[in-house]
Design a protein around this ligand. Structure first.
Ligand SMILES: Nc1ncnc2c1ncn2[C@@H]1O[C@H](COP(=O)(O)OP(=O)(O)O)[C@@H](O)[C@H]1O
Ligand SMILES: N[C@@H](CCOP(=O)(O)O)C(=O)O
Length: 385
């Protein structure tokens, strides 16, 4: 019996903090906490010896075995992560890309080890990172199935946006750094394609609804992004409470219409914020004011006890080193941008959570912008599966 040859890849995707106050669904910052995937995948068929037969290995269960992919996981909240490739968000994202290209499973056999330190449902873009990692995995699997096929980063963003439909987290996670994004106005046919129900993009379980038909491919150029400069002295203090807020739920509590006054309030601040965060040295009074928001944070305070008090009471005037403070993404994490006194600022936020938020406990870390974004690296030539 011969042995199948395989390649080992490392996929790394940073977490991200979306909105940064007034930039709801617009701006995102990739930060230095990484979702990592170690992927063992069959080498492209063109470079395998034709005489090598495939070796069959026993797989974890029937649905993942028909998809040819086994998953192992280390990291946060293991009890919440599906290890079945038909149900896991990451492998379902990969399968969407594969199904668009006529493949209904991974190359046989594919092994994915996920290591995930990004806390789930805390507003640090865990789902955005999982979608980006899944689409990069799908692209690797596609190249293994069809060696001449590999999609560009711009095209991969289209695939990500079919799954996570606000662009701020996925653009930051894919491209890295501090980014501004918008969704293009597509023609009506492409618009309809982009808005197909998520259940058709990611059937659950993947394979369960698989009729053998291709799902709609993403239109080209769904979203656009630009990177902004970031002043090197600015770091991000993430204060992470010990409870989850699902992004879907935190979007449901927002109004569908806003007053002109509130929209202008946010637009005026957003326009200045992107430049203010590139100024060296940074100006705390400008940044603090430019990070204020009236579009999402006030409504989300019902889900994050203590949020209003934290945003009002932890200021550059009371806390040296602080530049500005906001809800990270949909929350409940608080993101404080600062040049120093990180512990003092984190303690002040944690103290408010304890007092105003019925004893909420938190942990905190200092993160830096992740300039590189998502990376895929061939770790070694090949190994035997
Ligand atoms: N590494 C991962 N693997 C599989 N599913 C994940 C992973 N990371 C996140 N998810 C899914 O995304 C959900 C959290 O997404 P969401 O509510 O958007 O919060 P956030 O993106 O702010 O962490 C999790 O409950 C889980 O279902
Ligand atoms: N713009 C989105 C961002 C959600 O980010 P997440 O990290 O909480 O998933 C929103 O505010 O809903």
């Amino acid at each position: 019996m011969g042995e199948e040859k395989s390649y080992l890849y490392l996929i790394r995707v940073p977490c991200s903090s979306a909105n940064i106050g007034p930039g709801f669904d617009v701006i995102g910052l990739a930060l230095s906490m990484y979702l990592e995937l170690r992927v063992t995948i069959a080498q492209p068929l063109s470079s395998q010896s034709a005489a090598l037969p495939l070796v069959s290995k026993s797989l974890a269960n029937s649905s993942s075995s028909s998809l040819n992919c086994t998953i192992t996981y280390t990291g946060v909240s293991p009890e919440s992560i599906e290890l079945d490739a038909a149900s896991n968000l990451l492998t379902r994202s990969a399968l969407y890309l594969l199904r668009c290209h006529g493949h209904h499973s991974f190359p046989h056999p594919t092994k994915v080890h996920i290591h995930n330190p990004i806390p789930l449902g805390r507003g640090l873009g865990s789902s955005g990172a999982a979608v980006v990692a899944g689409i990069l995995l799908g692209n690797l699997a596609l190249s293994s199935h069809s060696p001449s096929l590999s999609l560009s980063k711009a095209r991969l963003l289209d695939y990500c946006l079919m799954i996570e439909r606000h662009p701020d987290n996925v653009a930051a996670a894919l491209y890295g750094g501090f980014v501004g994004t918008y969704l293009n106005e597509l023609d009506p046919v492409d618009m309809a394609r982009k808005e197909i129900p998520l259940s058709e993009v990611l059937p659950a379980p993947a394979g369960g609804l698989d009729t053998g038909l291709k799902p709609p491919e993403p239109p080209c150029g769904i979203g656009h992004f630009r990177r902004f400069k970031w002043a090197k002295e600015i770091k991000a203090v993430a204060v992470i409470p010990d409870f989850e807020v699902s992004t879907a739920k935190a979007r449901e509590c927002l109004p569908t219409l806003y007053s002109r006054q509130d929209m202008i309030f946010n637009l005026q601040r957003l326009a200045l914020l992107t430049t203010a965060l590139s100024d060296s040295p940074p100006d705390p009074s400008l940044i603090y004011e430019a990070m204020r928001d009236k579009v999402h944070q006030p409504y989300r305070s019902t889900l994050v006890p203590g949020l209003t008090q934290i945003l009002e009471c932890v200021t550059p005037a009371t806390h040296e080193g602080l530049l500005g403070i906001c809800l990270s993404g949909a929350g409940p994490t608080i993101l404080a941008l600062a040049t120093g006194n990180f512990e003092g600022i984190a303690e002040a936020v944690m103290d408010r959570f304890k007092r105003e938020g019925e004893g909420i406990q938190c942990r905190w870390s200092v993160l830096e912008p992740a300039e590189e974004g998502a990376t895929v690296e061939a770790v070694q030539g090949w190994e035997h599966l």
